[in-house]
Design a protein around this ligand. Structure first.
Ligand code: ADP
Ligand code: ZN
Length: 727
C-alpha cells in the first residue's frame, strides 16, 4: 500500500504508548511497513508505517514523518507475527517492535570498511600459506571479501594476507560495511547417512518440498546424528532458494557448530547472538532482509530477524530452558518458532535427546511429526549408568567424592581417559555459616543466601549479582573466625579433586570463571582435544559439545533438583542427567556414568538408570493431566514487585478479589503468596498463579482482569504465560 505525500498514516513507534500515532507521509510518499523516523515532542523516535491513519487527532497539528529509512519495509508476515506474539504473551506491541529492530544504526548510511578482491595475478614468491589464500579467494569468484573471513577460510593469519596485498596479488578496496555473507555451497555432498538418518532426512526434505508449514520432533540420543540430519534439511531448504535459521541455546556451542557448517557448506553462516559486534549485528539484520544472508545461526532473538523467505527453523536442544526469555518480553522461542513458521509456510525441526513434555505430548497426539534416531552413530554406545548409594559410602566431613567415584576416576586416569565431574552449582560453597550463632550470610537486597566464590575471593548473590567481601567476623554475633563454608560448589569439588589426584590435570568449566564467551569456547576446544584429565563443570558442559576422550561422567549430587516445589523439577533432572551421561563415550570407547544419590529408589533416578524413557514420560504426562497442569492445562503467572511490602500484598489481594473476568472463562486464581525468592534487588515480590483449561481464550480475560486494578506508582506487574520457572 502506497501513501502519497501529505496523506495521513498510522505509525507504530518503539515508545511505550498504548496506540499508534498519526503522521503525514513525507515528500516522496511512503509504503506500508516502511521503517521511519518521526518527531515526538522534541525528540525523534523510530517506528514502522502501520496502516491508514487512526484518526482522532486535530489534522492541523499532525506532523510529517521525518524520513523513511533505507531498509526493506517490514513484511506483512512479520506484522502478523509480532501482532500474534504480542497477543499471546500479552505484551504491548511497541515492546514487540523493539525486539524486531534490535540492530544499531539501521537508518544510517552504511559506513565503509576495507574489503579484498583479486589483484594482478599470482605473487612472485609463493608459499603454502599464500597458496591457501589465493585458492580461498578464488572461491569467491571476484566478489569482495573481508580480511578476517578470508583468513578464516584459508586457515592463515592476517599477516599472510597483508603480504599478498603488498605484493599486489590482492587489492584492498573500500566498500559499504553491510556486505553479503559468503555464499554457501549446497551442491556439496554431506556425509553418507545411516539408514535411520537417511529416513529422517528424507522425511524432512519431503516436507520442505511441500512448501507448507509443519513441525517435526527429531529425537535421538546425543551423538545419534541429529545435527547431521538437520543440516541435510538446511541444504535442501537453501537449494530451494529459501532461508534457514538454526537456533542454539547457548553460544558455548557455536564454535564447534560453525566449523561443522563450514565443513559441510564451505563457508560460515551469519551469526546473531550477544557475542556479535554491533557492526556485524547490523550487517546480519540488513542482509537477512535483503537476501544477502541465506543461513543464520543464532540465539532465541534471531527469531525476530526480518527474513525475506524463511523456509526452515531448527530449534536445537528444544527442551533447553534458555529458550524462555525471563525478563522484558516473556516469550518462549520454541513456541514462537512454531508460530512464525506457521505464518510463513516454513518447517520447524525440534531436535533433542530429551524433549520437553510439551513437545513429547504434541508428537504423541500427532500434532507434530516425530522422527527417531535410535542408535548412536558408529560404534559409540550409550554409557552404562549406575547409582552410587551415598548412604553406604564412607564419607569424611566436607568431602563429596565417594570412594567408589574416586576409584572409577583413578581407573580412567590410569587408562589415559577423561573424567567429567558434574555439579550444577557455581562457586565454592552455597552457604557461609557462623558456627557460633548459626547465622547464614545473606544478600542485603534479596532473600537469598550469598555464595562464596573463592577464585574471586568474594561472596556473591546468584539472584541479583551483588557481591561483598568475605567478612572476618559474623555480621550477626560479631564472633571472629567462626564463619565456615557449608556444602559444595564446583570450586570446592575442584579443590577436593586436586588433593585426591595431585598428578592429574584438573580444569574447571563454569561460566563465571571466564572473561568472555570466546575464552570459554577456546577452553572447551582445548579440553576436548585432551588438555585436561578431569573436568569439573556446571550446567554448560551438559550441552552439545563433543569430548571424544571422555569416558566417565560422575554426577556429584544427582538429588539436586529432585526437591523443591517446581512443577518441572522431575523433568529437568531427568533431562539433565541423561544429557550429562550422554557426554561419555561418544567415540569408540564405551562410557560410564555414575550418579551419587541418597535416594536411589526415587522414581526419577530409577527412570534415568533404567533408560526407560517412554515409561518416565508416560507417567509424568499422566500425573500432569490428572492435575490439569501444563501441557494439558494452561498456567499464567503474575509477579508483582515493589519496594513497599504492604503495597504488593494489597494489590495482590485486590487482584485476587476481582477475579470476575477469569471466572467467566472458568479460570482459577491462586495467591497472592510471597514468590519463592521474596525479595530481589530490594523489591518485594508476590506471585499469583492462574490456572485454566487449554481450550478457553485466557489472554483476553487476563488482560481485562489486570486492567481493572490501578497500580500504585513503583509497583511493577509482569504477566508470564506458560511460566517455566517458579521464581
Ligand atoms: P547429535 O546432533 O545427535 O548429537 P551429531 O550429528 O553431532 O549428533 O553426530 C555425532 C557425531 O557423529 C558427529 O561427530 C558427527 O559428525 C558424527 N556422525 C553422525 N552421523 C554421521 C554419518 N552418517 N557419517 C559420518 N559421521 C557421522
Ligand atoms: Zn541479591
Amino acid at each position: 500500500m502506497r501513501f502519497g505525500e501529505g496523506e495521513l498514516v498510522a505509525v507504530l513507534t518503539t515508545q511505550p504508548l498504548d496506540r499508534t500515532l498519526d503522521y503525514r507521509a513525507p515528500e516522496g510518499g511512503c509504503t506500508l511497513g516502511d521503517f521511519v523516523e518521526v518527531p515526538l515532542g522534541p525528540r525523534r523516535v523510530s517506528g514502522v508505517v502501520w496502516g491508514k491513519a487512526a484518526g482522532g487527532w486535530d489534522p492541523a497539528k499532525i506532523r510529517a514523518i521525518h524520513r523513511v529509512l533505507d531498509v526493506p519495509p517490514m513484511r506483512e508476515e512479520m506484522v502478523d507475527f509480532l501482532t500474534r506474539a504480542a497477543g499471546y504473551t500479552i505484551t504491548p506491541l511497541p515492546a514487540m517492535l523493539r525486539l524486531a529492530t534490535r540492530a544499531p544504526g539501521l537508518g544510517e548510511a552504511p559506513g565503509m570498511r576495507k574489503v579484498l578482491v583479486p589483484g594482478h595475478g599470482e605473487p612472485a614468491r609463493m608459499t603454502d600459506a599464500r597458496r591457501a589464500v589465493m585458492d580461498a579467494l578464488a572461491e569467491y569468484d571476484g566478489a569482495p571479501v573481508l580480511q578476517s573471513e578470508l583468513a578464516q577460510s584459508a586457515g592463515v593469519t592476517t599477516s599472510v594476507i597483508k603480504g599478498l596485498v603488498k605484493a599486489g596479488a590482492i587489492l584492498e578496496q573500500d566498500s559499504p560495511c553491510d556486505l553479503p555473507y559468503p555464499p554457501l555451497d549446497v551442491t556439496r555432498i554431506g556425509k553418507p547417512l545411516t539408514e535411520d538418518q537417511e529416513t529422517a532426512s528424507g522425511t524432512l526434505i519431503h516436507a520442505l518440498k511441500s512448501g507448507g508449514y509443519g513441525t517435526t520432533l527429531l529425537k535421538g540420543v546425543t551423538g545419534s546424528g541429529k545435527t547431521e540430519v538437520y543440516l541435510e534439511a538446511v541444504a535442501a531448504c537453501l537449494a530451494r532458494g529459501r532461508q534457514a535459521l538454526v537456533l542454539l541455546p547457548e553460544i558455548a556451542l557455536s564454535a564447534e557448530f560453525l566449523s561443522r557448517v563450514e565443513a559441510r557448506f564451505g563457508a560460515r553462516p551469519a551469526e546473531w547472538h550477544s557475542g556479535v559486534t554491533m557492526t556485524e549485528r547490523r550487517r546480519c539484520w540488513r542482509m537477512v532482509a535483503e537476501g544477502g544472508a541465506q543461513f543464520v545461526v543464532g540465539a532465541r532473538s534471531a527469531l525476530f530477524l526480518p527474513f525475506r523467505d524463511l523456509g526452515l527453523i531448527v530449534v536445537d536442544e528444544e527442551h533447553d530452558t534458555s529458550y524462555k526469555q525471563e525478563d522484558g518480553v516473556l516469550y518462549n522461542a520454541r513456541d514462537m518458532a512454531v508460530l512464525r513458521a506457521s505464518l510463513c509456510s516454513a518447517q520447524v525441526v525440534l531436535a533433542s535427546a530429551t524433549p520437553s513434555l510439551e513437545t513429547w505430548v504434541n508428537a504423541e497426539s500427532g500434532k507434530y511429526g516425530k522422527l527417531s534416531l535410535t542408535s548412536r552413530f558408529g560404534d559409540a554406545e550409550l554409557p552404562a549408568m549406575r547409582a552410587i548409594d551415598m548412604r553406604a559410602e564412607d564419607m569424611p566431613a566436607n568431602q563429596w567424592l565417594s570412594p567408589s567415584l574416586r576409584a572409577a576416576t583413578q581407573t580412567r586416569l590410569d587408562a589415559g581417559e577423561q573424567t567429567l565431574l558434574f555439579l550444577n552449582r557455581r562457586g565454592y560453597a552455597p552457604v557461609t555459616l557462623c558456627r557460633a550463632c548459626g547465622h547464614q550470610i545473606g544478600c542485603d537486597e534479596c532473600d537469598a543466601r550469598m555464595v562464596e566464590h573463592r577464585f574471586q575471593k568474594r561472596l556473591m548473590c546468584h539472584q541479583c549479582g551483588a557481591t561483598k567481601q568475605i567478612p572476618e567476623k559474623c555480621p550477626s554475633c560479631e564472633v571472629e573466625g567462626k564463619l565456615a563454608p557449608v556444602g559444595p560448589g564446583v570450586e570446592r569439588v575442584a579443590e577436593e579433586t586436586k588433593a585426591a589426584f595431585p598428578d592429574a590435570r584438573v580444569a574447571v568449566l563454569s561460566s563465571d570463571l571466564f572473561s568472555s564467551a570466546r575464552a570459554l569456547k577456546a577452553q572447551i576446544v582445548e579440553i576436548a582435544e585432551g588438555a585436561a584429565d578431569i573436568i569439573i563443570g556446571t550446567q554448560l558442559v551438559a550441552k552439545g559439545h563433543n569430548f571424544p576422550l571422555l569416558t566417565l561422567v560422575g554426577v556429584v549430587d544427582a538429588d539436586l533438583g529432585l526437591q523443591g516445589s517446581d512443577l518441572r523439577a522431575a523433568e529437568r533432572t531427568f533431562q539433565l542427567m541423561r544429557q550429562v551421561a550422554g557426554r561419555a563415550g561418544r567415540a569408540e570407547k564405551p562410557g560410564e556414568a555414575l550418579l551419587q544419590t541418597f535416594q536411589p529408589e526415587h522414581p526419577v533416578i530409577r527412570a534415568i538408570l533404567s533408560g526407560d524413557e517412554e515409561a518416565f514420560w508416560t507417567a509424568e504426562a499422566q500425573e500432569r493431566e490428572a492435575a490439569g497442569m501444563p501441557p494439558f492445562g494452561r498456567l499464567a503467572g503474575v509477579i508483582l514487585s515493589s519496594p513497599d511490602l504492604q503495597a504488593v500484598f494489597d494489590t495482590g489481594n485486590a487482584l485476587a478479589r476481582a477475579d470476575g473476568p477469569l471466572r467467566r472463562v472458568g479460570a482459577q486464581v491462586y495467591g497472592p503468596a510471597p514468590a519463592p525468592i521474596a525479595r530481589v534487588r530490594g523489591r518485594h515480590r508476590v506471585r499469583l498463579l492462574v490456572k485454566a483449561s487449554k481450550s478457553v481464550p485466557l489472554q483476553p480475560a487476563l488482560a481485562e482482569w489486570v486492567a481493572q486494578i490501578k497500580l500504585p506508582r513503583d509497583l511493577r506487574l509482569s504477566l508470564d504465560i506458560d511460566p517455566q520457572s517458579f521464581f
